[in-house]
Design a protein around this ligand. Sequence first.
Ligand code: AMP
Length: 282
Amino acid sequence: MKALTVVRSVADLRRAVAEHRSAGRTIGLVPTMGALHEGHVSLVQGALDRGDVPVASIFVNPTQFGPNEDFGAYPRDEAGDFAKLEAAGCRIAYAPVVEEMYPGPQLTTITVAGLTDHLCGPFRPGHFQGVATVVCKLLMMAMPDRGYFGEKDYQQLQVLKRMARDLNMPIEIVGMPTVREPDGLAMSSRNRYLAPSERKTALALYRGLNAVADAVRDGRASCSPVAERAAQALLEAGFDTVEYLTVVDAESLAPLDRVRGPARVAAAARLGRTRLIDNIAV
Ligand code: AMP
């Protein structure tokens, strides 16, 4: 197992990356908020599979949390994260403190319009601006050849792909498939908030998405009544609220009435204090 180098400053990150670059290697950045699980590990593996030196960042970014969200409670396990990264073959972990990422007020922000009007956008005002800005900063700090992101956060992935394209970033944004628990629940750092009974209920989310995808796939059924029934079923299964359960165009994320091309069914729902999101291809 090759050793993991932990760096905490931009200068040390750039030095560590430069060493690999001067040896002719390409770099793959895996941005995370820590509390790592197999979903994150699959992104490191994605970088290795493409021949990149994997560099992971661990930073719980305050600017992407709303005032009533779980920033303070977000799970943190740095030692465990470093062990998982090293075992996965990651070579550099960048774990900065907030002051290193935001030494002063961040007057420059990135807004990706349109794509953030749908799905999580209206429920988390400012969230995608926080994400796009911090990912842009991380990309500028590490200057990787590729950035690896999970389809689990499908809207985030589309936003970041668009940001890289619109700003002519010489960086490929790679989307990786969602890693699931054996019963189908999408892995998430927030799953550790779930009580055992909620953990059972949570499975209804993936089931619901599959039911909707099956019903609308051939384009004959109108999407919204099918999605509304599935949302109702989530409430009956024990979810407290369903923020949205929608069939959207796979690229523009605009809601669809009928499926005619690549589409995605996506949902966000609350179970106790936990907000779960998931999506699948139609
Ligand atoms: P997070 O630490 O939750 O901000 O996630 C960091 C990265 O890991 C993001 O690109 C996520 O989309 C990705 N990710 C999170 N959960 C999964 C999963 N179950 N499968 C694949 N990728 C994931």
